[in-house]
Design a protein around this ligand. Structure first.
Ligand code: G3P
Ligand code: MG
Length: 346
């Protein structure tokens, strides 16, 4: 009994509720924390009128770095310690596909970072667009590798290998070149680079780590994201082959991501607080109706845990129209969202 200390969370509150945070447009914008973020983190960690500390996780569609590296960035930005046990990014579920494919093309991100992530996940043979350009420079007529890219890329004889799947891990830094290479493979005979299928139904599968058409950065208007690249690849494929392309996207709003998040939260509560059951309610604080709110609401319909959607006004959603996927609550910012959850529960 007695008053719980900030470091010692109240067991009853931990069973009751937890909070899952989206990152871009909620906590961070253009690499900088939003003003309410640091206070929201203090609040949830015990600096609140109830004196309790509540479990929380982060679920972002972003990526491009290892989960460990991403958590180091987040810890610095939010001035708290964030563990990989509390963190899911767009490409996290892709690690479950390492046994399915031998040779994979990994697209997106800075330099070699996504190759490192894919190899870290256990993919055995990872190639990048840079490897293909280095091996055959006229693949992309207007893209020349920088000295550093040339040094990092691995040339090989592509006649001897086939690409079994394409994974877009993070935002492309070169849409034209990356799309050319993606389309070459999609239109190939069984992923054999340099060949052209006659039927256009034998290319490798393509997976995107999420499907956000836009996302929130430091710019005053939302910026186009990976979902836009996906739309573009599908349209170009149709234009070039006359056929529909089937692509797969992970991340939010996919229900699998929310299932993954529920399991992560349960693990986290077990490891950190010794409580082996998911909280009764998870509040999801997001800024993108199509990803965060849609996924939360739909997952809530099938889940034993209640998933409660809160939309904040600091990111993609700008309070100009009623969103197509209505949240259970709208809050000004992440601090207001955390306060709302505490008030509803305690
Ligand atoms: O590229 C990342 C972006 O599309 C969304 O990130 O944190 O808002 O899910 P987040
Ligand atoms: Mg967001």
């Amino acid at each position: 009994g007695g008053t719980p200390e900030a470091e010692q969370p109240d067991r009853n509150s931990i069973d009751k509720f937890a909070i899952a945070f989206d990152i871009d447009g909620v906590l961070v914008k253009g690499g900088k924390p939003l003003p309410a973020s640091i206070d929201a983190m203090k609040y949830i960690n015990g600096d609140n009128p109830y004196g309790v500390k509540i479990p929380y996780i982060f679920v972002t569609n972003g990526g491009g770095k290892t989960e460990e590296e991403r958590c180091i960035d987040l810890s610095r930005q939010l001035q708290i310690e964030v563990s990989p046990g509390q963190f899911i990014c767009g490409h996290t579920p892709m690690r479950e596909m390492v046994e399915e494919y031998q040779t994979v093309l990994v697209v997106g991100g800075e330099g070699e970072k996504c190759r490192v992530v894919a190899e870290d996940y256990g993919f055995k043979d990872v190639i990048t667009p840079g490897d293909i350009i280095k091996s055959k420079h006229d693949t992309t007529p207007f893209r020349k590798l920088t000295e550093e890219e040339h040094y990092d890329s691995r040339s090989r004889n592509f006649d001897e290998s086939t690409v079994d799947a394409i994974f877009v891990f993070a935002d492309s830094r070169d849409w034209a070149g990356d799309q050319q290479i993606i389309l070459d493979l999609l239109m190939s005979k069984n992923g054999h680079l340099g060949t052209r299928s006659e039927t256009f139904d034998e290319g490798p599968p393509i997976y995107f780590s999420h499907n956000d058409i836009v996302w929130s950065t430091s710019h005053e208007h939302s910026r186009i994201g990976m979902g836009a690249l996906r739309t573009s690849v599908e349209a170009l494929y149709k234009e070039l082959t006359g056929k529909e392309l089937t692509t797969v996207a992970f991340g939010k709003p996919q229900l699998g991501t929310f299932g993954f998040a529920t399991r992560l939260l349960r693990e986290w509560c077990k490891e950190t607080y010794g409580i082996d059951q998911p909280p009764a309610t998870v509040y999801f604080v997001g800024d993108t109706p199509e990803s965060d709110i849609r996924g939360t609401n739909e997952y809530n319909q099938i889940s034993d845990t209640e998933w409660f959607s809160i939309l904040v006004k600091t990111g993609v959603y700008q309070d100009d129209k009623t969103p197509q996927f209505p949240p259970r609550e709208v809050c000004e910012d992440v601090l207001a969202a955390v306060k709302f959850a505490f008030q509803r529960e305690l």
